[in-house]
Design a protein around this ligand. Structure first.
Ligand SMILES: Nc1ncnc2c1ncn2[C@@H]1O[C@H](COP(=O)(O)OP(=O)(O)O)[C@@H](O)[C@H]1O
Ligand SMILES: [Mg+2]
Length: 336
């Protein structure tokens, strides 16, 4: 954990578990998760619906506490923190972006972005200055006085990103941030993330879509509350993003330095998105995240994630630019 240049661990979890007791049944939402995420990394989390992605994000974001296991955030053992300290970390270190934006419907963009600063006790003048700056970062300086229903879906999500950034968090967590957006608007949001990442922001993003995940550096796949695979994005790019089975069935070479021509990241092969969803009013006028557990997952499509090679041993850190990519075992079939 000792700081060593850029290779600092931002997040380390060891055997992280979360059980939900439902009557006589216990759901093992997280069944022993070991991950490590470095400062300035940009990581996607994928996996079928119900595999524990949101639960993991809620643990990482200190929105909820694990049943057992260790979580070290920025060198601090989160499980040992008092509630007050946890709230402080949540407010200062974590920025959260949700699929449903979660903006206050009757508040202006500026006021929505100010909210976390109100909770942090920042003076009104400072709040406005910082909120305006965050809105500039997402290129909404000219929409500060607009309310959510006067903004497009992409603009609302950019307000939500500005709100997540206003405290200058160590980590930006985004749980299906493009799930409610059409594909060109998704691109717009991904461009914002790219810029944030280029400027050093550590980002963890849940997504169902390979072309979205392809904007990150590394993909962690969850299945049944466990890490099934951790692969560099190059691995997926080299296989045409969403159909790893399209690769030759015979022994795939280990991730080569010169992957075969990958589809353009600009192209949008995602078949699943429809035209712009109706700009419904934000339903959750929630202030910054409380300790409300995530709702049960909505019916989301299964990700066509094939079983892959075992994840690398935690602790064997590799440079970000150098994929984790263990030699993949060719999947027997598409996993769909
Ligand atoms: N608050 C909760 N109470 C009970 N079960 C929950 C709760 N939140 C999530 N779960 C269950 O935990 C599992 C993982 O859920 P979740 O993390 O939301 O999955 P994902 O985000 O990958 O779709 C699912 O079986 C889900 O039903
Ligand atoms: Mg989820």
């Amino acid at each position: 954990m000792s700081g060593n240049g850029q290779m600092t661990s931002m997040i380390v979890t060891r055997d992280l578990r979360k059980d939900y007791v439902m009557g006589t049944e216990t759901v093992h939402a997280l069944a022993g998760v070991d991950i490590e995420i470095l400062r300035n990394e940009y990581v996607s989390i994928m996996g079928p619906s119900g595999s524990g992605k949101s639960t993991l994000m809620n643990m990482i974001g200190c929105l909820d506490s694990p049943t057992s296991g260790e979580y070290v955030l920025n060198g601090q053992a989160v499980q040992d923190l008092s509630d007050d300290n946890l709230a402080r970390i949540r407010n200062r270190e974590i920025g959260f972006v949700f699929q449903t934006f979660n903006l206050l419907p009757r508040a202006t963009a500026l006021h929505n972005v100010e909210l976390p600063l109100i909770y942090a006790g920042v003076s009104s003048k400072d709040r406005q200055r910082r909120a305006a700056h965050a809105l500039e970062i997402v290129q909404l300086a000219d929409r500060m006085d607009h309310k959510p229903n006067e903004l497009s879906g992409g603009q609302r999500q950019r307000v939500a990103i500005a709100r997540a950034l206003v405290n200058d968090p160590s980590i930006l967590l985004a749980d299906e941030p493009t799930g409610n957006l059409d594909s060109s608007t998704s691109e717009e949001i991904m461009d914002v993330f790219d810029t944030l990442h280029e400027n050093g922001q550590t980002i963890i993003m849940v997504t169902h879509e390979y072309d979205i995940a392809a904007r990150s550096q590394r993909v962690i796949t969850l299945v049944d509350g466990k890490v099934e695979a951790q692969m560099s994005v190059d691995y997926y790019l080299a296989r045409g993003l969403q159909k790893p089975t399209a690769a030759p069935a015979a022994a795939d070479p280990p991730a080569s330095p010169e992957p075969e021509p990958a589809p353009s990241r600009e192209a949008d092969p995602a078949p699943s998105r429809e035209a712009d969803p109706a700009p419904t009013l934000d339903t959750a006028p929630a202030p910054p995240p409380q300790t409300t557990p995530a709702p049960p997952p909505t019916a989301a499509p299964m990700d066509p994630v094939p079983p892959e090679a075992a994840p690398p041993t935690p602790g064997t850190r590799r440079p970000i630019s150098n994929p984790w990519a263990p030699p993949p075992t060719p999947p027997a079939d598409g996993g769909r």
